[in-house]
Design a protein around this ligand. Structure first.
Ligand SMILES: Nc1ncnc2c1ncn2[C@@H]1O[C@H](COP(=O)(O)OP(=O)(O)OP(=O)(O)O)[C@@H](O)[C@H]1O
Ligand SMILES: [Mg+2]
Length: 206
């Protein structure tokens, strides 16, 4: 059994708490909150299972955190994923939401816009869908050449009964573009306005 301590805590969302894996600092363990239905936790895992045969070497870069396995911990069942870290100083990568909320972000807006376009292109090309596309579910990994990669850390999958987008590029493109638009990630201005709106409505987690 893996023993998780307070010092391993990273952050949390509505459904899960995220911890550094005590035995491997490049992995994280996610634990479902007690009030969250178990089915909800497994939705994403099922999709990971479905896409497990995708040829990752064809990706421009690994644009979603890999899922490994389920483990037993002192806090209950845990789910092990890649932990996204910046290349230079190995600190845990912040999310796009963190950067968009900063008064003085260390990157120009064009950098985020380009990274979002690149992510979108890959999702279309490899037919990987993100149901819960939000700025807080995208990590901004800073590379040693001071460029960034956006990596999906949560919300991967879709619930289409008739998954045309899984089969046909035309539908994949439409689906991904629609999702970016609905998530207000088609423009940073729209995204910042959304974050502001949700914060003012006292949503603790945007
Ligand atoms: N693989 C990862 N690498 C780095 N940080 C991570 C990773 N996974 C999660 N985090 C951090 O932990 C936070 C919560 O994790 P996560 O989004 O998985 O929880 P959640 O409860 O499923 O979220 P939501 O409320 O969006 O459903 C993230 O917003 C991010 O700050
Ligand atoms: Mg999340």
């Amino acid at each position: 059994m893996i023993e998780i301590k307070d010092e391993h805590y990273i952050a949390e969302g509505l459904a899960r708490k995220c911890y550094v894996h005590p035995k491997d600092s490049n992995l994280c363990i996610k634990i479902g909150k007690p009030e969250v239905e178990v089915d909800h936790l497994y939705k994403e895992i099922k999709y990971y299972h479905k896409i497990k045969d995708k040829n990752l070497s064809k990706f421009d870069y690994p644009f979603y955190a890999k899922y490994y396995r389920e483990i037993t911990t002192n806090l209950g069942t845990g789910f092990v994923y890649d932990l996204i870290r910046d290349e230079n100083n190995q600190s845990i990568s912040l999310t796009l939401r963190h950067y968009l909320e900063m008064k003085h972000a260390p990157f120009k807006d064009e950098v985020f816009v380009e990274a979002l376009e690149r992510l979108k292109k890959q999702m279309i090309q490899h037919k990987i869908f993100v149901g819960d596309l939000r700025a807080r579910n995208l990590c901004c990994k800073i590379l040693s050449d001071n460029t960034i990669q956006l990596i999906v850390i949560d919300g991967i999958g879709h619930r289409d009964f008739f998954p045309l987008a899984d089969w046909f590029s035309y539908f994949a493109k439409k689906k991904v573009e629609r999702r970016f638009f609905k998530a207000e990630l088609h423009s940073l201005k729209a995204q910042r306005a959304l974050i502001k709106r949700l914060c003012s409505e006292r949503h603790e987690i945007v």
